[in-house]
Design a protein around this ligand. Sequence first.
Ligand code: F6P
Length: 328
Amino acid sequence: MKIGILTSGGDAPGMNAAIRAVVRKALYHNCKVYGIKRGFAGILNGEIVPLSSRSVGDILQRGGTILKSARCTEFKTPEGQAKAKEQLEKMGLNGLVIIGGDGSFRGAQILNRMGFLTVGIPGTIDNDIGCTDYSIGFDTAVNTVLDAINKIRDTASSHSRVYVVEVMGKNSGFIAIAAGLAGGAEAVLVPEVPYDLDAVCKQIVKSIKKGKAHSIILVAEGLMGDPVNMEHSSGFIVGKYIQTHTGADTRVTVLGHIQRGGNPTFFDRKLATLMGAKAVDLLLAGETEKMVGFVNNRIEVFSIDEALSTKAKINLEELELSNIMASV
Ligand code: F6P
């Protein structure tokens, strides 16, 4: 079998570990493996390289993706898709593994429908993919946020300030909730839950009266709409509101793309290795239109359709618990 692999959309720590797992599991089964560079753009441009066991050596621990990634608008057009079909036929691949987020899964679905055997692996720090408890990169990103919060706390406490920390999450609050619960935030604001900035201000004033030296408020970047719009930052809007309505000395930190880099954690390396190996098993079994998920601590298989039509839900109990921890 000739298996192709690509990474697409926002990169995520652990993608390299998944590439390594796909390559080595496929080689173990005597398949040939090819890397397609720059995601779907690489299909269109015919950017394909053979991968050996050595070409994926020394990447298990590295963030980013050796195959590079891109957001490809051309592939979304009928002309782009026709070109992709032509190129894939030329490449002569019998199976494709696509690692990425929901946009990448939509691409995988299109290729499946064109008749290419395709399996998806969820790789996005946002963790906003249905049918899996975790996507590759989320755990590392949350740990990066926690590291930043620890450092911000040092200065926040020295100056008795309120810090608004804006974290990634295009349309979702997974990173904010996980980091809020584990990092001891005073409040966590996410797009999935209507926000009440006056309640946040009241909580801050109450904390100051109780003698708390500082507060950390976590805001998901997508709280107030499109995070990719440079004019707009949910964190700064919240920060300004807090400063004006509480009088507290307030600072804003936007963590940004720092959350996408770094060495993957144990969890992300393990998840990526299990998922990569399973994706190869699925291709060898001739399974198509499948995604590999991780549910209740086990690898599970779903259809890509199901993954795309199932909304990944934030855990409201965890959000409530984080609020309880801050309220007393
Ligand atoms: O999809 C992951 C993500 O990091 C989001 O959290 C963020 O909104 C977006 O990608 C940023 O995309 P880009 O790197 O293209 O600016």
